[in-house]
Design a protein around this ligand. Sequence first.
Ligand SMILES: [Cu+2]
Length: 158
Amino acid sequence: MKIEIKRGDPQNIIALGRETDRRMTMEKRSKGFTAVCIGLLLMSMACAGQQPLVTLGPAKGEVTLDMKASDFKFEPNNIKVFKGDVIVFRVENTSGSNHNFTLKDAQGRLLQSTALPSKETVEIRVALAETGIYEFYCDKPFHSGFGMKGRIEVSESQ
Ligand SMILES: [Cu+2]
């Protein structure tokens, strides 16, 4: 909107004043919105702690784990399995954005990374051959930092 000001016209000066007030209110609102977003982000980070332990097997074969991926966590994210079992992760991405399931072995070497398209369920089959702590996470920028990660403890088979 273009405002023409005629010098010495008090009506136009008042109108311009109102326009400035309105713009300042909108600026305040957008700052408030940013604060709310940061607040939600911090809350989601705070909520992304370690969940109760889920133990699978020993099965002396194949075990299936149903997992949910969302913004920004995996559920469950604290898993115990047994050496020699084949784990089938059936991961449902319930969020509106794409994620992935990236898994490192007990030495921190990359084992595999599988895309998790939005609103899809993907099956990932892995044999965890060694005992130790395996870490999994989403490797998209910042996602693991927001809490999109978990651990798998591989124990000696009984
Ligand atoms: Cu992600």
